[in-house]
Design a protein around this ligand. Structure first.
Ligand code: ACO
Ligand code: OAA
Length: 377
């Protein structure tokens, strides 16, 4: 018997667990592709709905496929009365990610489609989630502000309709486009923690709603998707751009993680940041407001200080957090918006996991007490 301790990969860092044809993150070239297409090109030329189609079906839709896909998404948006009742009964103090997690769990409980786990059945459920999650997020956004929900408008695309449901109006196309770019960039990122969570749940042959509910829980944490909210709270805490260095001195001394910086895979910068940063700068330029100028200066000062003092680069949550604030969303809506996008990647991975499933079950090295007798009497 060997007494050698096996090598432990805490946090599964560097461990390759499976193959995937959905996306690839190439650290060496700082690039990200969805089904082979560079994400930069998708963000520049395609809609979020086209990207969802690409992730699920492996190809961009042609004109007729897109018309059909968009029509089905628009038709699936309305929530039924029971769902609305369940969600309005949640405590007002409930985090919107808890609302979303409960909503998906509830959709699973009332789904009349027989759960055969086939790709077709799962695609139908995925499309319904893509259509309905923005309605939940928008209704909850309004609830926090004491306002009644606004029904979806099926003459509007997904991004425009989301603004309409949150604010009762659609901003000018440049703002909508910046939002759509954020959805495209957030859609998919290989075996990140929430996607891996969805794959673990799926690997037991559980259903799609259970996998998505668990993935929402994983995304909520501030080391993952919750960082976009934490970024905005941190900027508010620092407040004054001239205070960045002193604030960082204290944060480093307290061993605080600086939100929106660092990444498990990218060591020299996140491939999505330049595109999102450029979109955020377009929003800053059109605001022409001293408070926005202050925030933008602070945002840039913190980015420069983190790179020069620690060599740690921003991740996508850093520009996205500020962008969502500039678009008028309140901070608790930021990670739910991430869910509205990542639902595409999660569900693509669920289908892929099922296509060649293996139960995911790693090992651990026991380091508790040696075997001992149970005291009797
Ligand atoms: C969409 C997304 O989910 S992107 C990620 C969003 N999350 C965040 O922005 C939260 C802040 N960032 C972090 O906590 C980390 O960078 C993570 C969790 C994203 C990645 O962490 P890991 O790969 O586990 O790296 P780890 O935390 O071990 O960091 C390595 C070193 O860099 C430091 N470091 C990494 N990120 C940060 C950070 N944001 N602030 C301060 N130090 C950091 C660590 O302290 C550690 O230093 P040490 O070796 O001296 O102890
Ligand atoms: O890949 C990761 O670990 C986190 C991330 O950037 C994402 O999920 O978009």
């Amino acid at each position: 018997m060997t007494t050698e301790t096996p090598e432990i990969h805490r946090g599964l860092a560097g461990v390759v667990v499976d193959t995937t044809a959905i996306s690839t993150v190439i650290e060496e070239t700082n690039s990200l592709t969805y089904r082979g297409y560079p994400v930069q090109d998708l963000a520049a030329h395609r809609s979020f709905e086209e990207v969802a189609h690409l992730l699920w079906y492996g190809e961009l839709p042609d004109h007729d496929q897109l018309v059909d896909f968009a029509a089905r998404e628009r038709a699936l948006r309305p929530l039924d009365r029971t769902t609305t009742d369940v969600l309005t009964r949640l405590p007002e103090t409930c985090h919107p990610m808890d609302v979303l997690r409960t909503a998906v769990s509830f959709f699973g409980a009332e789904d009349p489609v027989e759960d055969d786990g086939s790709p077709a059945a799962n695609r139908a459920k995925s499309l319904a989630l893509l259509a309905k999650l923005p309605v939940v997020v928008a209704a909850d956004h309004r609830r926090r502000h004491g306002l009644d929900p606004i029904a979806p408008d099926d003459s509007l695309g997904l991004a425009e309709n989301f603004f309409h449901m949150c604010f009762g109006s659609v901003p000018d196309p440049e703002v909508v486009r910046c939002f759509e770019i954020s959805l495209i960039l957030y859609a998919e990122h290989s075996f990140n923690a929430s996607t891996f969570t969805a794959r673990v749940v799926t690997s037991t042959l559980s259903d799609l709603y259970s996998a998505v509910t668990a993935a929402i829980g994983a995304l909520k944490g501030p080391l993952h998707g919750g960082a976009n909210e934490a970024v905005m709270r941190m900027l508010n805490e620092i407040g004054d751009p001239r205070g960045v260095d002193a604030w960082l001195d204290e944060a480093f001394a307290a061993k605080r993680k600086i939100m929106g910086f660092g990444h498990r895979v990218y060591q020299h910068g996140d491939s999505r940041v330049p595109i999102m940063q450029a979109a955020t700068e377009r929003l800053i330029a059109r605001a022409g407001d001293p408070d926005v100028t202050r925030l933008a200066t602070l945002h840039a000062a913190l980015r420069h200080a983190m790179i020069s003092r620690k060599g740690i680069h921003p991740n996508l949550d850093y520009p996205a957090g500020l962008a969502y604030h500039l678009m008028g969303f309140d901070i608790p809506a930021f990670t739910p918006i991430f869910v509205m996008s990542r639902i595409t990647g999660w569900t693509a991975h669920i289908t892929e996991q099922l296509a060649h499933n293996a139960l995911i079950r790693p090992l651990g090295v026991y380091n508790g007490p040696a075997q001992r007798s149970v005291p009797v009497g």
